[in-house]
Design a protein around this ligand. Structure first.
Ligand code: MF3
Ligand code: CO
Ligand code: CO
Length: 266
């Protein structure tokens, strides 16, 4: 069964969780400066999530229970710098420097519901390539979102994203995808960021999932570091990602994690 809301209380719960997650990204921006460590960003977000929002940071101790020998994720947020594709682990040894680009990925649990969202930050001024990759990746997210409505297909989302990324001579990471979300963090369906129009399941009103394209400046291939979490590009070129949590509606979707700074939703 794919993740979906079944009543108005679920919708309200997902709205509140999404708003809470978005507010963490709004809060942390001013702290992303040269010299700050990703560990400090983790601590600031953790304290805000727990003490201000009275929510639970979903990544902390997540995973590792699958019998595959993986260690649970040790921190409250993911911080993925430059060639890190996703699931970067905050660390006191990782000090940000001018011209770094990073993704901060926030997932909170509020009253049992999950809100999952990420955005890219520039440390100081971004290079022309970094700006182009980051902007194109955000456009990929928005084009994916624009493909969402009752009666559309999951593959329409992936097609829209892949089309835009490759038209800009970037590549789409295949190993990670968006996911159903609700009372469960990672649920069916898998929302691929590449694919064919009309393929996959038909979207129905009430389905709740994330779209979170990871787009590489170089080749699409990745590898996982020995920490078993950090995904990096094989060619060590830059990667970018943006993520929203949304619900399918009759004529489009409602984005639970929208931030005012983004303007009018697509
Ligand atoms: N927030 C990530 C996602 O978008 C998942 C992070 S899982 C963690 O699905 F364990 F790495 F935190
Ligand atoms: Co997600
Ligand atoms: Co996420």
């Amino acid at each position: 069964m794919v993740a979906a809301v079944t009543n108005e209380a679920d919708v309200e719960g997902m709205r509140a969780a999404g708003r809470a997650a978005a507010s963490v990204l709004e809060m942390i921006g001013e702290h992303v400066t040269p010299g700050v460590t990703t560990e400090t960003l983790n601590e600031i977000c953790h304290d805000f999530i727990v003490n201000e929002l009275e929510c639970t940071p979903a990544p902390l101790n997540y995973g590792g229970g699958g019998g595959g020998g993986q260690q649970p994720f040790p921190k409250s947020i993911c911080t993925s710098v430059n060639h890190v594709v996703c699931h970067g682990i905050p660390s006191p040894g990782k000090k940000l420097k001018s011209s770094d680009v990073l993704n901060i990925d926030i997932t909170v649990i509020k009253d049992g519901y999950h809100g999952d969202t990420s955005k890219m930050f520039f440390v100081g001024e971004g290079s022309i390539l970094a700006k182009r990759l980051v902007q194109t990746t955000q456009e990929c997210l928005y084009k994916g979102i624009e493909a969402v409505r009752t009666g559309a297909y999951l593959g329409d989302i992936g097609h829209a994203i892949q089309q835009h990324a490759e038209a800009n001579r970037f590549s789409v990471v295949r190993e990670f995808c968006g996911h159903g979300i609700g009372k469960v963090f990672h649920d069916a369906p898998q929302v691929l960021h590449y694919g064919r129009r009309g393929s996959g399941i038909r979207l129905e009103a009430g389905m709740t999932f994330t779209i979170e394209p990871m787009i590489n400046a170089g080749k699409r291939h990745i590898k996982i570091l020995p920490d078993q979490w950090t995904a990096v590009t094989k060619d060590h070129k830059m990667s970018a990602q943006w993520e929203h949590t949304l619900m399918v509606t009759d004529d489009g979707c409602e984005i639970f994690t929208w931030r005012d700074e983004e303007g009018t939703p697509p």
